[in-house]
Design a protein around this ligand. Structure first.
Ligand code: SF4
Length: 374
């Protein structure tokens, strides 16, 4: 908890201009179906059924894009459970948010179990490991919060432990017992706590979904190629938030690009990685991107808010240039740290076609290098 008593208010250089831009901004967020309806109602878990339906919900360590038990771990089931147990379905993670995609999830006993229960977490501990019990997944989420672990990395790691025979597939109680070893500093906990690649190496597992040693998130790159290009090429390692190609690939936000074909997806990822670097630097939550991509005055409104706050004269092009310069710096950092174009690829396991659409990953190294070549 941060104690802000006695702290000065944030200085706004031109309060009237800021108010006017902010009014337009809030309208835009409230009027968009994703930021105004889907996220407030079901949180990011709204995506479980959508992504499963699209055949791109990675299941049993990326063996399929469909999970037979998706409904049991869906946003709809989560919201019903929260309501039944008097939790909170629509909550802001900070006081100024108008989207409010967060939540408070209570256990069977009606007491607090976890909060900020998200799609990525539900996928990583759910479809990826084939655990179907939402309460067990919520318990694993809470344990990660307590231990300070990332839920995507840890969920993928638990799946690798299943792949390596440490615990059975789909066994939620065994996953809870294994994860508790991290808090006990037990030898198995030291392996698991070091992430997916470390665990795969320790158990002799070849099938480990990582890029630059970071675990892949909740969209199969073979059937959502825009985000796959981002996983491969972002300087941060497999990170969907660096260029969320799910927008045009699956959600028809900011246009439509075929998620199964290579055409157009390098360009999609490039545009999104530039815009995302800029949105992140502006201090905005990434979820505003849905409304920004579908509104011509999205980027200009961000420019107006920044100008009013700091007394600047930025244009939308300046903001995009800012995004490019951030990515150039990150690439330069990686180069000096020893990364090469070989690291901008997905692991071999993705060369296999994935059901139900039976699409492989087949971008060349040369093609992928075009993504951040500016
Ligand atoms: S700031 Fe972003 S993550 Fe937090 S509740 Fe709002 S939309 Fe959700």
């Amino acid at each position: 908890m941060v104690d802000d008593s006695g702290a000065p208010r944030v200085e706004i250089k031109d309060p009237d201009a800021f108010k006017a831009a902010n009014k337009r901004w809030v309208e835009m967020l409230r009027n968009h179906p994703v930021t105004g309806e889907g996220l407030p109602a079901l949180g990011t878990a709204v995506l479980v059924n959508v992504i499963n339906e699209a055949g791109t919900l990675p299941t049993k360590n990326f063996r399929s894009g469909r999970f037979d038990h998706a409904q049991a771990i869906s946003g709809e089931t989560m919201a019903e459970t929260i309501e039944k147990r008097n939790g909170i379905t629509t909550e802001a993670c900070h006081p100024g948010c108008v989207i409010k995609c967060s939540n408070v999830y209570h256990g069977k006993d009606g007491n607090f179990l976890t909060c900020g229960f998200e799609y990525e977490t539900i996928w990583a501990f759910g479809a990826h490991t084939t655990i179907q019990d939402l309460d067990q997944i919520a318990t694993l989420d809470k344990m990660c919060d307590d231990f300070g672990l990332d839920t995507i990395e840890t969920g993928v790691t638990i799946g690798i432990a299943m792949e390596g025979g440490m615990i059975p597939w789909g066994d939620g109680q065994a996953a809870i017992d294994l994860l508790s070893k991290v808090g006990e500093y037990a030898p198995e906990g030291k392996i698991i706590g070091n992430g997916a690649l470390f665990t795969g190496d320790a158990l002799g597992v070849d099938r480990v979904p990582v890029v630059k040693k970071q675990a892949l998130p909740a969209y199969d790159p073979r059937t959502c190629k825009g985000v796959g290009v981002t996983y491969a090429t972002t300087p941060m390692g497999a990170d969907h938030t660096a260029g969320y190609g799910v927008t045009a690939n699956i959600l028809s936000v900011g246009g439509t690009i075929d998620p199964h074909k290579n055409e157009g997806n390098i360009e999609l990822s490039q545009g999104l990685q530039i815009a995302t670097a800029a949105v992140d630097a502006a201090g905005l939550c990434l979820f505003v991107a849905f409304a920004v991509l579908d509104n011509e005055d999205g980027l200009p409104t961000i420019a107006q808010m920044l100008n009013a706050r700091y007394g600047l004269n930025l244009t939308p092009d300046d903001i995009l240039e800012l995004g490019k310069s951030i990515l150039r710096n990150e690439k330069e950092f990686n180069k000096k740290a020893g990364f090469t174009e070989i690291d901008d690829q997905l692991p071999e396991m993705f060369n296999e076609p994935v059901p139900p659409h039976n699409v492989p990953w087949d971008f060349t190294i040369e093609d992928l290098q075009k993504t951040l070549n500016f």
